[in-house]
Structure formats: C-alpha cells, structure tokens
Design a protein around this ligand. Structure first.
Ligand SMILES: C[S@@+](CC[C@H](N)C(=O)[O-])C[C@H]1O[C@@H](n2cnc3c(N)ncnc32)[C@H](O)[C@@H]1O
Length: 239
C-alpha cells in the first residue's frame, strides 16, 4: 500500500481488521445468497419473528416524512412496516451485500409499488454514508452476523441526524433464561453455521459508539432483543 501521510494508526488498524474479515464476509455473502434462494424457509423464519420485528419498527417512532436507512435489509421483509411509517413523503434506503437478497428486495419493492424505497447492493462495513442524512436506522438480525459490526455502527451513527434513532433487533448465540439454557451448546453451533453468527456482543458494540443505548424488550428466553440507540442532539463525532 502507498504511503499516505494523512493515514493514522487507527486507519491502519481498521484496514487490517477489514482484511482479516474478508474471508468471513465472503462466506457470509455466499451463505445469504443461498438463504435468498430458499424463499419458503426464509419467509417461515421471518414470520416466526414477527413480534420483535414489529416492536423494532414501532421503536423507530416514525410519523411520516423521515429518511430511514436499513442495514442488511435482506429480501425486504421490513419494507411494508417502514413504508407505512414514512408514508409517501419519506424515503427508505436498504443496503445488503448479497446479490440474491438484493434481487428479492427489488422484486418485492416493485411488486408493492414502493417508489420511495431504494435498494443498494454493498457491504455495510465498508460503506460510507453522507453525514447526518438519515432520521432513523434499522438493523434486524444483521449486526450479529457482521464481523466488523463496530464499523457499521459507527457509520450509522455518523449518518444519523442529531437525535436520530438506531433500532436493532438481533439474536444472541445463547439463551439467557430458564431451562432453554441447556440447549446453548447446540444453539451456539447452529447459529454460527446457519447464520454466520459472530462472537461479539452487539449491545456492547452499540454502547461503545452511541451515547444512549437501551434494551427495550427481550424475547425467546433472552436470546432475542430489541435495542434502541439514540444519537444525542448535541453529539460531537466520537470516533
Ligand atoms: C439474517 S438476514 C436478515 C435480513 C433482514 N434484515 C431480516 O430481518 O429478515 C442477514 C442479512 O444481512 C446481510 N448482511 C450480512 N452482512 C452484511 C454486510 N456486511 N453488509 C450488508 N449486508 C450484510 C445478509 O446478506 C442478509 O441479507
């Protein structure tokens, strides 16, 4: 790599993390291309998480006219709720790195005539969004499968307007309550192989970047949760 005097040690560390993460990212991309082909099973699983999804969309607190960023939008299962929330004068941008997921999301958008929803193919951990261009952001079942989750969270933080909300619905590799915990060795292996689940704690990563983070509800013996991170109105860049 050429010498660039403006590069800091932190830039180099980030670059190194990206390089180390690349094989995992490619593995994840291939995995989610396959998931996109298995439409029936995907929709079944998506329906099983209808309640936390609705809670997550409600927590965005949309009243119409907002610009919303959806990280890892997959086949667009949240689009209907987002479209209702933003109404006709808002806009949604969904980003996903799986080509097949993006194709399915675009097909869904076309089928429903949601003209104010844009779907972009890209790796969210490498994306740079225009600063302070979104009022709210959503990530459902995504941050836990992204190796460089901290970078994505930082990018979302920077892309949000002051006071903007980042709502995260996600899954943990372990049950936290009751006898379901006995199944943890199986669950951990299952989510790692089936969804490319990573070991980092998403809520801790959110707390490292956002000023205010609260887990508002947990589901399925504590293995799923909805968290809300808010960018302070007077927030300075804390990267
Ligand atoms: C479990 S699916 C969830 C999809 C959707 N949000 C939902 O709730 O149904 C995870 C999605 O995140 C996408 N994804 C994973 N890592 C990503 C990354 N680094 N950048 C963009 N999309 C990513 C995958 O392609 C997949 O569509």
């Amino acid at each position: 790599m050429d010498y660039d005097p403006s590069r800091t040690a932190s830039d180099e560390a980030k670059e190194k993390t990206r390089e180390q993460n690349t094989p995992l990212a490619e593995r994840g991309q291939r995995l989610y291309d396959r998931w996109a082909e298995n439409q029936l099973l995907y929709d079944l699983i998506a329906r099983a998480s209808a309640s936390p999804r609705k809670q997550a969309c409600d927590q965005l607190d949309l009243s119409g006219g907002e610009r919303v960023l959806e990280i890892g939008c997959g086949p667009g299962v949240n689009f209907e709720m987002l479209a209702e929330g933003i109404s006709s004068n808002g806009a949604v941008v969904g980003i996903d790195y799986s080509t097949r997921m993006v194709q399915r999301a675009i097909a869904r958008r076309r089928e429903h005539g949601w003209e104010n929803i844009e779907v972009v193919r890209g790796d969210a951990s490498r994306a740079s969004f225009e600063p302070e261009t979104f009022d709210a952001a959503l990530a459902s079942l995504v941050l836990s499968v992204i190796p460089a989750a901290r970078e994505v969270i930082q990018a979302v933080h920077d892309a949000l307007s002051p006071g903007g909300r980042f709502v995260v619905f996600d899954a943990r590799a372990r049950y936290r309550e009751g006898s379901m915990r006995l199944l943890n060795p199986l669950r951990t292996r299952f989510v790692r192989r089936t969804f490319n689940h990573q070991e980092h704690g998403v809520v801790d990563e959110l707390r490292a970047v956002f000023e205010r983070v609260a887990v508002v509800e947990t589901f399925r013996a504590g293995s799923e949760y909805v968290a809300v991170a808010v960018k302070q109105p007077d927030s300075a860049d804390n990267s």
